[in-house]
Design a protein around this ligand. Structure first.
Ligand SMILES: Cc1ncc(COP(=O)(O)O)c(C=O)c1O
Length: 499
């Protein structure tokens, strides 16, 4: 860009000025030859020549001062929604506030600078933390053993299902081919079955949104039990309802020779109230990056700890943290399915989860779940007129609720979600679970105030009014974002990852 001046102002300044608040100039547009933002330290290694073949003639990196770079990335970060910036009621994702104390703990020099290859003697503190976190999760869920290796909920699911497979094989019963999955399940459940080589067989929901017991009995009847490996089930389910028949469901599967995998991603409703092992589950995962308040979203890093009953403990992936004569060490369970992740898993996430568990203690964790359930029920009540829940709306929900809005005038759940962005709220999860028409799934979490819930309900009421009087406001939303309504299907089909 030429740098002539006009009225004493450079063309570059005019160009930058022309960017409205909506657009962030690209770094290369702000670049000025020779401008520097870093002071490199003095060379402390011997200077060597880089082979000419590896050098480029020109490298068009933007040249900027540090302040401009900081502003650039801060501006970009503010264009996104975040738990720190906005109410984020994304159902099934538990976007709760992440206490800064956890960050402080994960950033402690001893943790930050430790290396898994430096050996058990140097890593006693890390191993103790892992051991104590394993213990806490076992206590909270009632299970006998735990691994912290899996890097996400879905990874925990795969781990648990491979353990079930190993269990059947070790008993001489062969692999068994089928795993039952309710039609309301999170998409990762059937995907996990397929990845582990199983056939995922769908069990329909009944009129109350629960597992249809007659269909379940049919699926395990007669000779069909012989190739049943087990069932995967989430409780509370994705409709936000507690599966009241859970003991019966588990008994039916056990009687047929199968094991029951609990998708524990919804544990935020149950902490300190229900121990899933006591309900009869055999193995389950916990999303430490949801329930135990470590930041997530954008794909990473997480931790999908797996807890298991004694009968499955030997199959856990190794190594797990163990205690031997007062020293902490790593041990591999006798019939381990093998490591599912290198070293200790995502250790920083484990530190954050442990800090959370210790800061709240047993009573605090129970209160967190009680408030999560209270907040979801309060919000559900506030917006019930326009956002009715599909299954017996008088039945209390758990930590989230699924509504089935019908605002008319051609306004769909997608339009409501987009319009919420204009009101400054992250939209809830939409069109999931698949069993609910126009599903709108909100999970406020325990860390939101009464006022925030009321403000959100007010926005929903205004949007419902708009749908009746000015539906185009919804159908063309969002109106106040740097980019408007995107064609998401086209975007997915024609990925453009660079410009
Ligand atoms: C019910 C349920 N199961 C499984 C998962 C998968 O967890 P992850 O995204 O960590 O793989 C989620 C994710 O939110 C979930 O809500």
């Amino acid at each position: 860009m030429a740098d002539e001046t006009r009225n004493g102002v450079s063309a570059r300044a005019e160009a930058l000025n022309a960017h409205t608040g909506k657009q962030t100039p690209l770094l290369c547009e702000e670049s000025v030859p020779g401008r520097r933002g870093v002071l490199l330290p003095k060379l402390d290694v011997e200077k060597t020549e880089v082979p000419a073949a590896l050098l480029r003639e020109r490298l068009d990196l933007p040249e900027l001062d540090e302040g401009s770079v900081t502003r650039h990335f801060t501006r970009l970060s503010q264009k996104n929604f975040s738990v720190d910036g906005q109410f984020y009621p994304l159902g099934s994702c538990t976007m709760k506030y992440n206490p800064r104390l956890n960050e402080e703990a994960a950033g402690l020099r001893g943790f930050r600078r430790s290396h898994p290859l430096s050996g058990d003697a140097a890593n006693q503190g890390n191993l103790e933390l892992m051991y104590r976190l394993q213990e806490s999760l076992e206590k909270l869920t009632g299970f006998d053993a735990c691994t912290l290796q899996p890097a996400a909920g879905a990874h925990g699911e795969l781990t648990g299902i491979l353990m079930i497979r190993a269990f059947h094989v070790a008993r001489g019963g062969g692999v068994r081919r089928r795993i039952l999955v309710p039609d309301s399940a999170h998409g990762t459940n059937p995907a996990t079955c397929t990845m582990a080589g199983y056939v995922a067989e769908t069990i329909p929901s009944d009129a109350a949104g629960a597992v249809d017991l007659a269909a379940l009995r049919e699926a395990v009847s007669g000779g069909r039990a012989a190739d049943l490996a087990g069932m995967m089930i989430t409780n509370p389910g994705t409709q936000g309802l507690f599966e009241t028949n859970i003991a019966e469901i588990i008994k039916i599967v056990h009687d047929a020779g199968g094991l029951v995998y609990g998708d524990g991603a919804n544990m935020n409703a149950l902490m300190g109230i229900v121990k899933p092992a006591e309900l009869g589950f055999d193995v389950m995962h916990l999303n430490l990056h949801k329930t135990f308040s470590t930041p997530h979203g954008g794909g990473g890093p997480g931790a999908g700890a797996v807890v298991a009953a004694a009968a499955l403990a030997d199959f856990l992936p190794g190594p797990v943290a163990a205690r031997d004569n007062g020293r902490f060490t790593l041990a591999s369970p006798a019939k381990s399915i093998g490591a599912v992740k290198c070293f200790h898993g995502n250790f920083g996430v484990l530190v954050r989860a442990y800090a959370y568990v210790r800061a709240l203690g047993g009573t605090g964790l129970r209160r967190a779940s009680e408030y999560a359930v209270l907040n979801a029920n309060y919000l559900r009540r506030l917006c019930k007129a326009d956002f009715p829940t599909p299954y017996g709306s008088e039945r209390p929900c758990m930590h989230e609720f699924t509504a089935s809005p019908d605002l008319g005038n051609g306004c769909h759940t997608l339009d409501i979600a987009k319009r919420l962005i204009d009101y400054g709220f992250h939209p809830p999860t939409i069109y999931f679970p698949l069993t609910v028409r126009e599903a709108f799934m909100a999970e406020p979490t325990e860390t939101e105030t009464k006022e925030t819930l009321e403000a959100f309900a007010l926005a929903l009421a205004k949007i419902a009014d708009e749908a009746r009087t000015r539906p185009e406001l919804l159908r063309e939303a969002p109106h106040h974002t740097p980019v408007g309504r995107l064609d998401e299907v086209a975007a997915a089909r024609n990925l453009k990852l660079r410009w």
